[in-house]
Write a protein that binds this ligand. Structure first.
Ligand code: 5AD
Ligand code: SF4
Length: 436
């Protein structure tokens, strides 16, 4: 049996795509390996979101190529967003045998058959229909407790900084019944948590001849599978997250109290230039609504520092919004100009690198303080956690997430992974609740 080794970069959707690729390659006689040295096929599932993500992959291609030179017959494939974006440029290196975009994974077996040293193969066609609905992903998580399920692909927003609509194509929603079936299937295999994935889950809309299912309805259906199956989802868009979704979450205790709601900037002027289609006030109103309905809901976000024309005043508005909302956690980035995006074509990346970095550091420093405040605020509270396994720091302790997504660490007792338990928070860092 041939062996395939895949490195995955970028978002959770890519992690799930890798699981789909393993399933497709299994049919072509490939078995998964975690050792690059024994692989017949070496792949990277890549990300293009920021320039540094792509730079890392160029470095990995050199490493893969050494394997290819020292072990004749080994094939190297680059798939995912960077494959879609850079196509021929990857093949031109002559270090890659296979280039496949996110909608073309079904053609992998055929392409692999056709590869010869003289003819590398490529398929980067984007699709309006492909959702891989009928493919059962080969789960690659190690704990067997928490599974990711893609509910849609692509993106129809045109955030001016973002490369995703170009690398992942138009938005399409997967058949609701196939999603529910997949969730039932993982539950029957012992999983206790599913995370529904999409670039913008709030615009999920599945239509067939007999039914129309929106995201709130899908959430409810998945939550109804079993009371001890937790449901999470990502990512929400502030312009689209509806009251119906918020009330559906509130009505089902097994839908986790956590929303990842990327704000990107606290300045309405920046949000307009970013084409986010909401302003600061709208965002703050959505946060108020969420907290009014679910006071204990965890909120996390994404922030970009130094987008085109950003002034000190805009930056101060981002800081004040972060201060006001008090996110539990945030992913924070310096703006990276991406070829082909609207910003790249029509705006100047005019914030100097040192200014971008200074603002990013200020944002990170503020968020660290806020995270510590938020986590310490839970001291004395009781948390319902799903046990994931031993804590990384201290193998005598277990770890697991609370409904609001905060990581908890607690003594093992008689607990094992997959159990639910109630713990009391006794101490906290900015990323972990210490519990008893
Ligand atoms: N530069 C920096 N950050 C970006 N993101 C998306 N595009 C860019 C870019 N060009 C960030 C956004 C998004 C997250 C996934 O990555 O914050 O929410
Ligand atoms: Fe995921 Fe976006 Fe990176 Fe593609 S570019 S892998 S969609 S984060």
């Amino acid at each position: 049996m041939k062996k395939v080794y895949i490195e995955t970069y970028g978002c959770q959707m890519n992690v799930n795509d890798t699981e789909v690729i393993f399933a497709i390659l299994a049919k072509a006689g490939y078995e998964r390996t975690e050792s690059i040295d024994e692989a017949n096929l070496i792949m990277a599932n890549t990300c293009s979101i920021r320039d540094n993500a792509e730079q890392r992959i160029w470095g990995r291609i050199e490493v893969f190529n050494q394997q290819r030179k020292s072990r004749p017959g080994v094939l190297v494939g680059i798939v995912g967003c960077m494959a879609e974006r850079l196509k021929d440029k990857l093949l031109d290196t002559r270090k890659v045998d296979l280039v496949v975009g996110p909608d073309a994974y079904r053609s992998l077996p055929r392409l692999l058959e056709a590869i010869t040293p003289e003819s590398p193969q490529m398929d980067v066609l984007l699709s309006r229909e492909e959702t891989y609905a009928d493919i059962t992903p080969v789960r690659t998580d190690r704990n067997g407790i928490s599974a990711f399920i893609s509910i849609m692909r692509g993106c129809n927003n045109v955030c001016s900084y973002c490369v995703v609509p170009y690398t992942r194509g138009a938005e399409r929603s997967r058949d609701a019944n196939s999603i529910v079936r997949e969730a039932c299937d993982v539950y029957s295999k012992g999983y206790k948590e599913v995370t529904l994935l999409g670039q913008n889950v709030d615009s999920y809309l599945y239509k067939s001849e007999t039914e129309t299912v929106n995201f709130a309805q899908l959430l409810a259906r998945v939550a109804d599978i079993a009371p001890d199956l937790r449901v999470r989802f990502a990512t929400s868009h502030p312009k689209d997250i509806s009251d119906e979704v918020i009330y559906t979450m509130a009505s089902k205790p097994n839908i986790c109290r956590h929303i990842h709601l990327p704000v990107q900037s606290g300045s309405s002027r920046m949000l307009e230039l970013m084409r986010r289609k909401y302003d600061r006030e709208w965002y703050l109103e959505r946060v108020s609504k969420i907290r009014e309905v679910m006071p204990d809901c965890g909120l996390t976000t994404d922030v970009i520092a130094g987008f085109c024309t950003e002034t000190e005043e805009d930056h101060a508005l981002t800081m004040s919004l972060m201060d006001e909302v008090g996110f539990d956690w945030a992913f924070m980035f310096a703006y990276s100009d991406r070829p082909g995006t609207l910003a790249n074509r029509t705006m100047q990346d005019d914030v100097p690198a040192d200014v971008k970095n200074r603002r990013l550091n200020e944002i990170i420093e503020l968020q660290n303080r806020k995270s510590l405040e938020r986590y310490r605020g839970k001291i004395g509270h009781s948390m319902h956690v799903l046990v994931e396994g031993p804590s990384k720091r201290d193998p005598n302790m277990l770890c697991g997430r609370a409904s609001n997504n905060m990581m908890c660490v607690f003594p093992a007792g008689n607990l094992k992974k997959g159990d639910y338990t109630d713990v009391t928070v006794t101490d906290a860092t900015s990323a972990t609740l210490i519990c008893k």
